[in-house]
Design a protein around this ligand. Sequence first.
Ligand SMILES: NC(=O)c1ccc[n+]([C@@H]2O[C@H](COP(=O)([O-])OP(=O)(O)OC[C@H]3O[C@@H](n4cnc5c(N)ncnc54)[C@H](O)[C@@H]3O)[C@@H](O)[C@H]2O)c1
Length: 253
Amino acid sequence: MTASYHDIDGKSVLVTGGASGIGASIVRAFCVQGARVGFFDIDDDAAAKLCAEIERDLDVRPHYMSLDLRDQARIPKAVTEMASKIGVIDVLVNNAARDDRHSPEETGPDEWRDKLDVNLSHQFFCSRAVAKGMAEKGRGSIINFSSVSYLMGLPDLVGYETAKAGVVGMTRALARDWGADGIRVNTVIPGCIITQRQLDLWISPEDEERIQSEQCIKRRLVGDDVAQMVLFLASDVSSACSSQSFIVDGGLV
Ligand SMILES: NC(=O)c1ccc[n+]([C@@H]2O[C@H](COP(=O)([O-])OP(=O)(O)OC[C@H]3O[C@@H](n4cnc5c(N)ncnc54)[C@H](O)[C@@H]3O)[C@@H](O)[C@H]2O)c1
């Protein structure tokens, strides 16, 4: 089930990590709303497949740009290039991340920096790259991605969870700094969202059964559940919401 947000129709929306998982659901959801959608990713095959599927189903094609978001120096130019294709960005969804497991013992300085680069820093630099255009328009919505894992303190994710906690602080700081320019900044905190990667790497059928038993809502949560929250935060219907975190976890935490 999805709502129609008339104000999103025609808006320019940039999604990071949009080729697969929750990001792919977000790209599709904005295309359904009539937005002009662009996305960054490193998985070119998944991106090509998604673009073809959306074109087949909706007769529109999102714009894909291959970009390793850990390369912060490339972000401003990439955002400018994307804006030349889809228009000055109205909505930024900072979704990209990598939840590889890692023990504290095996996490040296390089690994630590990599965890922050892939899970936190690009959210700041992409936000910075869109803020000027949003301020000139006097409006914009930035939606950052955290994770319930940092609230739960799950094992073997210290760098990831540190980054995801940092996202919440960064959201509050940017919401304050840019609020007077009409830019809203919020965080979405997903719970256990079943994507192909989660099933392939981390979540066994037994895990899923246990997680659902711990959720208040007893069903599988999927990417579109998160995409619907993102649409709400992108739309003017949430125009009074900024600096906040919105948990989408079926009542897990
Ligand atoms: N799935 C869950 O259960 C869950 C739970 C909590 C939080 N989240 C958060 O939701 C967001 C989406 O999660 P997901 O499960 O869909 O993740 P995913 O790993 O399935 O997809 C992430 C996307 O980001 C891309 N990406 C990774 N590194 C990149 C890089 N260096 N440059 C550009 N693109 C890169 C990947 O190719 C992929 O398309 C993430 O921020 C994640 O931390 C997910």
